[in-house]
Ligand binder design. Structure first.
Ligand code: ASP
Length: 584
């Protein structure tokens, strides 16, 4: 190699050795008689020093011309450093340079290659290869790499087989829109890019592979709100001959293995909560259980006292915010303003508090005497100093809005610390969910999910009540993964397709291969997919998955570095038998 050591390697023990380093010029400091250069590579930073006698001043003079991000090779002797630099692992030493070669020059980078860079997001994305030189960004990718390795190590030790599934497929609906790819040799026909390898992994179970995993790219042509990327990575898994408990135990094992090996943290056993409890107690199917503040329903306590807002509401529900009784008018107004964003169908915020001096008071004192307010607070388990926040309206929307409020207060109270981790399995999801948009039931997870056998009779009478053998892994209020046991017999699968509004012909056309496979000895099976980018961002303590992807797309799905998507030539369009209509 062009170097004897990396820029992160040399220590006091190397003092006196002749070494050659290669790397990028991070910065230089010039004191006339002495010039220092910080040399950087993937492994760290080592200080080069150009000092000494007149004969060496020529070398120093040449080194003065080295600009930021020049690539150089420098040889010299490791010497003890006068002022130690605690920030770098190589901070005890420096290299007294005897000669150097410029391997490549560099234009002045458009932003500083520092943790605290002066470059805005757009600029950094356009020059992502420079952004990736920043230690902060580099370290996130190194973390990602550790997670990949440990994932493979875990599966290896549990007999899983890594199988690649195709990227050009027939569309397998999972609730999003597919990206499509025209086929030149089959003009007018299109492949879809997989939203996930769902059906292939199920077919691998039919094929007898028993335990499969893949770290795989998935593609969904969705609106890119809320930190989504059009292409993202899943740890995709499937197992045969398993119960739901087996699947949960296996992937709980994976998550705990990753926490121990990569984060050096012991994750306690992951508790389970049913979907209906999660909605009832936290107003969301992905509760952040780093803190309690569970909902308490107050219908019985509040109705019939002449307060119309509560009397007319389907649900009156609240939670206690510990130590918040001291909230003043403006703090409460801010909460109300925040709620405006979420409160479609939800009435205004009502509060009640229990002060440190034992006073029970509410914002609706006109309708409810102190004694009644006391019963509310007592039902919520309030301690002196607590504040009860109450919302009312239609059940679903009220719970959802209160859930948002709970997160806001949790954040304000410092309960959502990025270095504290609480994982949760949410189980027993509904099989179907009503879609206002299409006016019918859709699969909540996907159409291949196995309904709970005991709920099947309700499929015709009360479809929304049928539960599925479906589960989500939630960490710190973020959905990290989801999966289910699958249907593995033709009859049940046909029944579900029918319930989802597919005619027999449509089902046959789209899923004939699956239905047929189920007639050739399909074993019971189930699996899960974990959002790998999301997992990495959780481990890295960053808010966006973009920060843990080497070359992400921006909010409009564009890669500004390569400038894609882009148009293609008329010749290529003709070859693909495609004609474009003018943009709407
Ligand atoms: N294919 C599903 C998804 O991508 C996960 C699964 O059911 O295994 O959400």
């Amino acid at each position: 190699m062009l170097r004897t050591h990396t820029c992160g390697e040399l220590r006091r023990a190397h003092i006196g050795q002749s070494v050659t380093l290669t790397g990028w010029v991070q910065r230089s400091r010039d004191r006339g008689g002495v010039l220092w250069i910080d040399l950087r590579d993937r492994y760290g930073i080592t200080q080069l020093v150009f000092n000494g006698s007149k004969t060496e001043s020529a070398l120093r003079e040449q080194a003065r011309s080295l600009g930021r991000e020049f690539v150089i090779q420098a040889s010299g002797v490791v010497v003890e450093r006068g002022g130690k630099n605690e920030k770098h692992s190589t901070g005890d030493i420096e290299i007294k340079v005897e000669n150097f070669t410029v391997l490549n020059s560099s234009k002045t980078p458009p932003f500083t290659i520092e943790d605290n860079t002066d470059g805005g997001i757009e600029l950094r994305m356009k020059y992502r290869y420079l952004d990736l030189r920043r230690s902060l960004v580099r370290d996130r990718l190194l973390l990602r790499n550790q997670l990949t390795r440990q994932t493979r190590a875990y599966f290896e030790s549990h007999n899983f087989i890594e199988v690649e599934t195709p990227a050009l497929i027939r569309s397998t609906p999972e609730g999003a829109r597919d990206f499509v790819v025209p086929s030149r040799i089959n003009p007018g026909e299109f492949y879809a890019l997989p939203q996930s390898p769902q059906l292939f992994k199920q077919l691998l179970m039919v094929a007898g592979f028993d335990c499969y995993f893949q770290i795989v790219k998935c593609f969904r042509d969705e609106d890119l709100r809320a930190d989504r990327q059009p292409e993202f990575t899943q740890i995709d898994c499937e197992m045969a001959f398993v119960t739901q408990e087996d699947v949960l135990a296996m992937f709980e094992g994976l998550i705990r293995h990753l926490f121990t090996t990569v984060k050096n943290k012991e994750l306690p056993e992951i508790p389970r909560m049913t979907y209906s409890d999660a909605m009832r107690l936290y107003g969301t199917d992905k509760p952040d259980i780093r803190f309690s503040m569970q909902f308490v329903e107050l219908n019985e306590e509040v109705k019939g006292r002449g307060f119309r807002v509560f009397d007319e509401a389907e649900l009156v529900v609240g939670f206690c915010a510990p130590g918040c009784a001291t909230f003043n008018r403006s703090q409460l107004d801010k909460l109300a303003a925040f709620l405006k964003k979420h409160e479609i169908g939800v009435h205004g915020l009502v509060w009640a508090h229990y002060t440190m001096d034992g006073v029970w008071k509410s914002s609706v004192d006109k309708f409810y005497p102190e004694d009644t307010v006391k019963t509310w607070l007592e039902k919520c388990g309030a301690n002196p100093g607590d504040l009860l926040l109450i919302l009312s309206g239609t059940a679903d929307k009220t719970r959802k809005a209160l859930g948002e409020l709970r997160l806001l207060i949790g954040e304000q109270l410092g309960f959502r610390d990025k270095n504290t981790f609480s994982a949760l399995w949410v189980v027993d999801f509904p099989l179907l969910e009503w879609s206002e948009e299409t006016g019918r039931y859709l699969a909540m997870h996907h159409p291949f999910t196995l309904p709970k056998r005991e709920d099947l009779p309700m499929l015709d009478t009360d479809p929304g009540k049928v539960r599925a053998n479906a589960y989500d892994l939630v960490i710190n209020g973020t959905e990290i993964g989801g999966g289910s046991l699958r249907i593995h017999d033709r009859q049940t699968q046909e029944l579900i397709f029918k319930r989802l509004g597919l005619t027999e012909e449509e089902a046959q056309k789209q899923f004939g291969f699956l239905l047929e496979a189920f007639e050739y000895g399909a074993p019971p099976h189930g699996g899960i997919a974990l959002g790998f980018d999301r997992l990495c961002s959780l481990f890295a303590g960053v808010d966006s998955i973009r920060d843990v992807i080497a070359f992400p797309k921006n909010n409009s799905g564009r890669d500004t570095m390569t400038d894609s998507p882009s148009t293609i030539s008329d010749e290529r369009l003709a070859e693909l038998a495609i004609s474009l209509v003018p943009k709407r």
